[in-house]
Design a protein around this ligand. Sequence first.
Ligand SMILES: [Fe+2]
Length: 238
Amino acid sequence: MNGAGPASLEELFALHHSLGHRHYGEGVSADDHARQCAALASADGASGELVIAALFHDAGWYLHDDHSHDDGSVDDDHAAAGARILSPLLGPEVAQPVALHVMAKRWRASIDPDYLDELSATSRATLVAQGGPLLADERARFEAHPGFGAALALRSWDDRAKASLVDTPDVEQYRSLAESIAQRFNESRARVTTGTRSPDSGQRQDGESGARETEALSRSQRASDVPHERTRHGHQSR
Ligand SMILES: [Fe+2]
């Protein structure tokens, strides 16, 4: 692994196995949370890309030494960090929902007063560091984003994937799916590089620039852009 994250799918899975025992902070381990999230996506009939996005949606935390939600640590944008890890390995259809899954939480918080009550205490607390509920103009920009629907779906699985004592498939069960997605992505990239673009390769190349736009959208709506008084909780945690 280089300093920026895993350089291959093999390293990504190895990293998950080495860190999955970490306490997620809400009564489950990071591995439990990832597996439950992927299982919920799969049960809802999500695309393979979205199932893998669900599995690795918290990959941004892999680059941190500490994965405890209970320690009050600052959320330094694990969604964007995760997308940066996943994008070169699995492509934009996996990376984009990951990049936007925190934005989706902020969107839900801005339109649904009951949503805050549904969130775990930790997730309510991290909403502050993540920027709080979206403002009306932020909401409109997010709703116009092509990744809006997938991000909302991922968020709903993420919020529900915190049950204890739930038996879900092992992460290894998803390896072949991830490998096939990575292979398609690499073939698509190779076609673009050699100038033999297929109809879908244009979409995937656009997806890469789309990922940059996604990150820009995410950056523009970070906590620093949101008036502090809009936040409802005092502590800086994720
Ligand atoms: Fe999560």
